[in-house]
Design a protein around this ligand. Sequence first.
Ligand SMILES: [Zn+2]
Length: 339
Amino acid sequence: MSKIKSKYFMCGFDGMDFPVLKSNIVHFPNLGKLWKRSCRGTMYSKAKITGISWTSIYTGVHKEKHGIRDMWGRKTDKSLDFVSTKQKYIWDYFNKHGLTTAVFNMPVTHPLRSVSGWLVSGFPAPTNSKIAFPDSIADDLPPDYLVDWINSCMKDRDLHPQVWIKETFDLTTFLEDLERMELARVETFIDLCKKHPTDTHFFQSTVIDRVLHIQGITNNNDVRVYRIADKIIKRIFKEFEPERFQIVSDHGGWDKQHTHTATWLTAGVSIKPGEILPPGTVKTNEVDVLPTALFWMGFAPPAGDPFDGEIFYDAFITDLNEEEQKKIEDQLRALGYLD
Ligand SMILES: [Zn+2]
């Protein structure tokens, strides 16, 4: 069977820490294969808070502009939410350029907004609320589908699994449950993509962040936890053939703390494999993801330079002869990237 084509595939892992990934990469066959052909490195997460950082990844701007300041992107006195922010999201730009998109389980995508393609909200969304756009997509979700594991946090804080599970779980059972749940989620995504084809794809797993907040990620469990991410990558590459593939995280994590050392890993068309600069000499930031993706897709930047982020040119092949170089510069000029 032929694979599902994707012009751009973003695979999010909440809390994936680049230094942790890097130091253990030999244990992960599928991530390892991707690693070799990717441009990768620490992405400095300025906010290192889930709701804020994911929204900065999606919109290319910091919280002052997108207005989402709540850690889970809920609407409060001081924070907007997904439906009330005026910002355009990465998939809105793709839609504008005629590409449809599938947005699945990306954090802070509730309450629903319309999209050309389809969207299933990620963490967090209240139970018994609409989580799928258009409505017909909801009919194709398994009857027991949970928006994410912590699906009731906005209704009843006492039900927050971070509270009760601390007393009841042992690590092995916990990781087995988590793996089963996350792999089932990938299968749901794959089924939906087959049934409702789109040009671009967004998928996210919270597996790492869940362990981080409950058990802590340490030398004792890091390989076991990240191995679940490796299995997710295996499933994705078995089913999809992405022209451009990107792993991003909203922040890193170690012990029980969020860290600034998020993950940036891109592979595919025009990408120059190799490692980019580590923190301290940080070049990438969560707001750079969107402008870089638009450039990568060959789309002209939006009028008025709406982004806080910049294009991460270092990720792209520059080892060209004069003629090739000139051709690319002409294209960039035509798109408005060069004067
Ligand atoms: Zn997070």
